[in-house]
Design a protein around this ligand. Structure first.
Ligand code: ZN
Length: 186
């Protein structure tokens, strides 16, 4: 089932989300719905606050890019992150142009660590403790920000923040057009 996505300006995106355990009700179904919602909106990541739930749950899915052949893999890789925690970050940082399903029409370069040491549980509550990099590390950091009440535009320079301010205000007041389902103000 496709769930409505919460737009920027909704207080649910500013709350610190709570960890969950195995007994969280209908977790399998919720995860399946989050993947469906994310792919339905052409996203590569979705955090639970974006579907109006303040719990520490993230889904990620993307087709890996191969530099050698300059093509994207046919099949997406998927990662479900439950209670993810960034334990440390690598030395290197780079810019990548990010967008967010909760913030239509804004795409900006964001500086983040290239590699992170991540601890999480997957959809079967199997524990993972790995250094991750590339697209996975990028999307994981963007989504974990959501669990901590942050969005990617918080990380822009003062100058870029000024530049996107009007668009952010437009989104917050419901002035945006998307082709996927958004939670509309009552
Ligand atoms: Zn986002």
């Amino acid at each position: 089932m496709i769930l409505p996505i919460v737009p920027y300006g909704d207080p649910v995106l500013r709350k610190i989300s709570k960890p969950i355990d195995k007994d969280y009700p209908n977790l399998k179904e919720l995860i399946a719905n989050m993947y469906e919602t994310m792919y339905g909106a052409d996203g590569v990541g979705l955090a639970a606050p974006q579907i109006n739930l303040n719990i520490r749950l993230v889904v990620i899915g993307f087709r890996p890019y191969d530099e050698k052949t300059d093509t994207y893999a046919d099949k997406a890789v998927e990662y479900t992150l439950i209670n993810p925690e960034i334990l440390e970050s690598g030395e290197g940082k780079d810019y990548f142009c990010e967008g967010c399903l909760s913030i239509p029409d804004i795409h900006e370069d964001v500086l983040r660590p290239t590699t992170i040491h991540l601890h999480w549980f997957d959809e079967n509550f199997v524990e993972h403790d790995e250094w991750i990099d590339d697209m996975f590390a990028r999307v994981a950091q963007h989504e974990i920000d959501h669990l901590d009440g942050k969005v990617f535009t918080d990380r822009l320079s003062t100058l870029r923040k000024t530049f996107v301010k009007r668009k952010l205000n437009d989104v917050a007041s419901g002035k945006y057009a998307v082709r996927y389902k958004m939670k509309r103000k009552k």
